[in-house]
Design a protein around this ligand. Structure first.
Ligand SMILES: C[S@@+](CC[C@H](N)C(=O)[O-])C[C@H]1O[C@@H](n2cnc3c(N)ncnc32)[C@H](O)[C@@H]1O
Length: 270
C-alpha cells in the first residue's frame, strides 16, 4: 500500500519480477556462456554454477537448454531464493529439478562438486572490497572448477561510473532507475540503488541496494592471474554506427573506447 493506504501500482508490483525484466537477459547470457566455453575449450559445457544467483533464473534457463545440463545456484538471501523456487524452479519438471541444486550459502564458503563453468553476473562479486577477499573468492572458484573450467564475470566502467547520478530506462509499465548514490574516490566504494516508478506516479524506492567497490579491468585481471587462473580474456561489444548504440556482438578485445559508460565480459580460464 502507498501513502493513505491507497492501492497503487507500486504497492502491487513485485520487485524481483521488475528486476528480472530490467536487468537480466538470461537467454542471451546462457547462450553466450555455452558458445564462449566451447570456443575457448573445444568441448561442450554441461555443468554450470551461478554464484550470487538471486532468483536463479540463469541456472534454471541452463537446465532447460539441454537434457544433460546440470546447474548449481548459490545465494546468501533465503527470501530471493524462495521467490526463485516459486516462480522458476517449481515450473521445471521433476527430472529437470533433479539436475538443479540451490545452496543458501556464502559463495566464499560453499562446497560444491566441480563444474565446467561458474558465472557471477551483474557485478555481484564487487561486494568484495579488498584485494585479499577478492583473491580469496577467485581462488575458491578456481578450486571449484574442473581442470579445464572457466569463470565468467562482467564489469562496467567509463567516466560516468565515477559520477553520482540517476539513469532512467522506460519500460512498458514502469521506469527502472539506476542510482549511483555515492562514490568515494579514496577507496572506490560506491553505493548503488535501484528504484522503480509507475505511470500512476507511485514509486518503489530502494528496491535493491548495493555497496560495492568500483574495480578496474586491470585490477580484476591481475587478481585472477594471482589467484591462479592461466588466462583472462576480456570481451567488448561492437558498435552499431546507424543506431549509435552497442550491437550486441561481443568479441575478445584488448582495446576499449574511452566511452562514458562501457560494459565488459571477462572469461578466466583455469
Ligand atoms: C546484484 S544481485 C545479482 C542477482 C543475479 N545474479 C543477477 O545476475 O542479476 C546480488 C545477489 O548476491 C547475493 N549475495 C551477496 N553477497 C553474497 C555472498 N557473499 N554469497 C552469496 N550470495 C551473495 C545477494 O543476496 C543478491 O541476491
Amino acid at each position: 500500500m502507498g501513502k493513505n493506504n491507497k492501492v497503487t501500482l507500486a504497492s502491487q508490483a513485485d520487485k524481483h519480477k521488475l528486476y528480472e525484466n530490467s536487468v537480466q537477459n538470461v537467454e542471451f547470457e546462457v547462450e553466450f556462456l555455452a558458445n564462449e566455453f566451447k570456443a575457448n575449450r573445444g568441448r561442450e559445457c554441461r555443468s554450470f554454477r551461478e554464484d550470487f544467483c538471486g532468483t536463479a533464473q540463469a541456472a534454471v534457463e541452463w537446465i532447460k537448454q539441454h537434457k544433460d545440463n546440470t546447474a548449481v545456484g548459490v545465494d546468501l538471501d533465503q527470501e530471493v531464493l524462495d521467490w526463485g523456487q516459486k516462480h522458476h524452479v517449481s515450473k521445471l519438471s521433476d527430472e529437470q529439478q533433479q539436475r538443479l541444486q540451490i545452496y543458501n550459502e556464502n559463495v566464499l564458503a560453499v562446497q560444491t562438486a566441480k563444474v565446467d563453468l561458474i558465472a557471477a553476473s551483474n557485478f555481484s562479486y564487487w561486494i568484495f572490497k579488498e584485494r585479499r577477499l577478492m583473491r580469496e573468492y577467485f581462488a575458491s572458484v578456481l578450486a571449484a572448477l574442473k581442470d579445464d573450467g572457466v569463470l565468467f564475470l562482467d564489469a562496467f566502467g567509463g567516466y560516468d561510473a565515477y559520477r553520482e547520478l540517476k539513469e532512467k530506462t522506460k519500460h512498458d509499465n514502469f521506469t527502472y532507475i539506476w542510482h549511483q548514490k555515492k562514490y568515494n574516490p579514496y577507496n572506490h566504494d560506491m553505493e548503488c540503488r535501484i528504484h522503480f516508478t509507475f505511470p500512476d506516479g507511485s514509486k518503489m524506492k530502494n528496491a535493491f541496494e548495493y555497496s560495492w567497490r568500483l574495480w578496474s579491468l586491470p585490477e580484476i585481471r591481475e587478481l585472477l592471474l594471482e589467484a591462479g587462473f592461466t588466462k583472462v580474456v576480456t570481451y567488448a561489444e561492437g558498435w552499431n554506427e546507424e543506431e549509435e548504440e552497442g550491437n550486441g556482438v561481443w568479441s575478445p578485445s584488448e582495446e576499449f573506447d574511452a566511452d562514458p559508460g562501457w560494459l565488459a565480459y571477462i572469461v578466466a580460464l583455469k
